[in-house]
Design a protein around this ligand. Structure first.
Ligand code: CA
Length: 225
């Protein structure tokens, strides 16, 4: 992204005073702002646009911010800062659980919000912090996997195998290739170990969430589509 490109921020807030204030402050900081006041509309705009960050109020008409975030995370990993009222501790916790990157409690200091926006838009510019396939999301750096917001507990090798298959999405990967990539060239076991670990992953993801994540391609290997 060139230095002349403005970062795009989606402001989702139904209190006009707050959204106007945010818009003015953010535009002053040279962000390109879109303002939406309704939950359903916000979800549609967020999925349709290519935003660098979303500031998301929780209490919204038609669809609350938590639900907007939950549905957004099924398809997008756009950084989200949720805005909660002072007494909405549950919203804060739920928001972080389902994939908010940060939260601010109203009333907030604009300088603090701006600092967090800078932080999270910077992180978003780094290469693929998250990988997602449907409701399954992994963060290779933090080595965290979630399905629809629920943590999936994986061992190191299970995680490595899943990450490799997700990075090679739609490509059928042979057992030999997986063995090299995940276990390394110095591994002297048979390729059966790959089948065993695919079985482990299926028991933790496919079986639990009733999906067919890892497809077996007979005689060729495995693929995640
Ligand atoms: Ca509100």
């Amino acid at each position: 992204m060139g230095t002349g490109t403005k970062k795009k921020i989606l402001i989702v807030e139904d209190e006009t005073q707050i959204s106007r204030f945010l818009q003015l402050e953010l535009e002053h900081e040279n962000y390109d702002c879109t303002v939406v006041a309704d939950g359903r509309e916000a979800l549609a705009v967020a999925l349709d646009g290519d935003f660098d960050l979303i500031v998301l109020d929780v209490m919204l008409p038609s669809l609350n911010g938590i639900e907007v975030l939950r549905r957004l995370r099924q398809e997008r990993q756009t950084p989200v800062i949720i805005l909660t009222a002072r007494d909405q501790v549950v919203d804060k916790v739920t928001g972080l659980d389902i994939g908010a990157d940060d939260y601010m409690t109203k009333p907030f200091a604009i300088e603090e919000l701006l600092a967090r926006i800078r932080l999270h838009t910077k992180r978003a510019a780094a290469p693929a912090a998250f990988l997602a396939v449907g409701k399954l999301a992994i963060n290779p750096e933090a080595r965290v996997a979630t399905y629809d917001g629920h943590p999936v507990d994986l061992t190191k090798k299970e995680f490595d195998l899943l990450e490799y298959l997700m990075r090679n999405r739609n490509i059928v990967v042979s057992r030999e290739k997986l063995l090299d990539a995940v276990w390394g060239f110095d591994f002297y076991g048979s390729t059966n170990v790959v089948d065993v670990y695919v079985r482990y992953l299926r028991s933790k993801i496919d079986d639990v969430y009733k999906i067919d994540l890892i497809e077996t391609v007979r005689g060729a290997g495995y693929v995640i589509r």
